[in-house]
Design a protein around this ligand. Structure first.
Ligand code: PAF
Length: 299
C-alpha cells in the first residue's frame, strides 16, 4: 500500500486534492482525533466504497473546542506515526493533520454551530459545550476538505445524529454515512479510550455491551421491559458506574412503544468514561441473537 500524503496546512490540502477534484472525482472524508484503531479502519473502508477511485482524506485533529475543563485534552493519545501506518494499510490517500493555529488562526472562533436541544442531553448533559465544539470543527473540516461524502462511526451515536441534523438544517450538501461499530470478539466497542483501561477494568468494561444485548433480548414488551432487563444485568456487573441507560427513537427522540429504536449506555469504568449503543426493535420478539456483533444495523 502506498503511504498517504501527509499535509498540515490548508494550502497543502488544497494542492493535494486539486488534480483529482479537477478530474471530477468524489472526495471522501473521515474526520478523526487520531489514536486510530481498526474501528477507524472500517470508516476508511466505508469511505473508499463510497468514493470508488476518488481520494479518501483522513483528518487527524484533537479539537480543543470539544473538551471541557478537567477532560482529557492533554492526555488524549497522540500517535501520528502509528496512525499514518494504519491509514496506509487502509488505502487512504491524504492525511490532514493541522495544528490548532491552522484550524483556529484567530483563537477560539466567535461564530460557532449551536447543536440545539439535542446537544444538552445524554453526553451533552455531562459535557456542556462538547457538541458545539464537535459541530463547529466538523463544519470547518467540511469547509476545508469540501468532501462529497463524510463517514462517522455509530459508536458516538448522538454525534452522528447531530451531524446529520447540522448538514440538513444548514444545507451543507455533504452525504453523511454512519458506519457500524467495530467490536472486540467479546463485544467491547473499539475506542481510543480503551487504552486507559487496566486489565481488570477491560474485563469489567464488557458489561456495557452485555447490558445492551440483554435489554434488546427483552424488548418484546416495549422500552420499559428492555430497560428493566438491562438494569438487572447491570446489577450483576462489577466496577461499572452507570451514567445513563436509555431507549429512544432512531433520532434520539422519545422511544416508541413499538418499532425501531436505539438503546444507549454511558458509564465510568475506573476513571474512563465509555459509551455504547445498538439498534433495538421494540414491541415484538427480537430475532435470536448469537454474537455480540450481530445486533447492528445502519441508523
Ligand atoms: O468523533 C471524533 O473523533 C470527533 O468528535 C470528531 C468527529 C473527529 C470531531 O473532532
Amino acid at each position: 500500500m502506498p503511504t498517504p500524503v501527509l499535509v498540515s496546512t490548508r494550502a497543502e490540502l488544497v494542492e493535494a486534492l486539486a488534480e483529482r477534484r479537477g478530474r471530477g472525482q468524489q472526495v471522501g472524508l473521515v474526520p478523526t482525533m487520531g489514536a486510530l484503531h481498526e474501528g477507524h479502519g472500517a470508516l476508511m473502508e466505508t469511505a473508499r466504497a463510497a468514493v470508488g477511485d476518488g481520494p479518501v482524506v483522513v483528518s487527524i485533529f484533537v479539537n480543543p473546542l470539544q473538551f471541557g475543563a478537567g477532560e482529557d485534552l492533554d492526555r488524549y493519545p497522540r500517535t501520528l506515526d502509528a496512525d499514518l501506518e494504519l491509514c496506509g494499510a487502509h488505502g487512504v490517500d491524504v492525511v490532514f493533520a493541522p495544528s490548532v493555529a491552522e484550524v483556529y488562526p484567530g483563537g477560539d472562533p466567535q461564530v460557532t454551530v449551536e447543536p440545539g436541544p439535542l446537544g444538552s442531553v445524554l453526553e451533552g448533559a455531562t459535557r456542556p459545550g462538547h457538541y458545539r465544539g464537535v459541530l463547529t470543527v466538523v463544519a470547518k473540516l467540511f469547509g476545508l476538505v469540501r468532501p462529497d461524502v463524510a463517514v462517522f462511526g455509530q459508536k458516538d451515536y448522538q454525534q452522528l445524529v447531530l451531524i446529520r441534523r447540522m448538514v440538513s438544517d444548514l444545507c451543507l450538501g455533504v452525504e453523511i454515512v454512519g458506519a457500524e461499530t467495530v467490536r472486540e470478539p467479546d463485544g467491547l466497542a473499539l475506542s481510543s479510550r480503551n487504552r486507559y483501561l487496566s486489565a481488570r477494568e477491560r474485563e469489567q468494561a464488557v458489561a456495557l455491551n452485555r447490558v445492551l444485548r440483554r435489554a434488546i433480548s427483552d424488548a418484546g414488551l416495549g422500552p420499559d421491559s428492555a430497560l428493566g432487563a438491562g438494569r438487572a444485568e447491570l446489577r450483576r456487573a462489577n466496577g461499572v458506574d452507570l451514567d445513563y441507560l436509555v431507549v429512544t427513537d432512531p433520532d434520539l427522540g422519545p422511544a416508541p412503544a413499538q418499532g425501531e429504536g436505539r438503546i444507549l449506555i454511558a458509564a465510568r469504568v475506573g476513571t474512563t468514561r465509555l459509551i455504547d449503543n445498538l439498534p433495538i426493535h421494540l414491541g415484538a420478539p427480537s430475532p435470536t441473537r448469537t454474537s455480540p456483533n450481530d445486533t447492528e444495523g445502519d441508523s
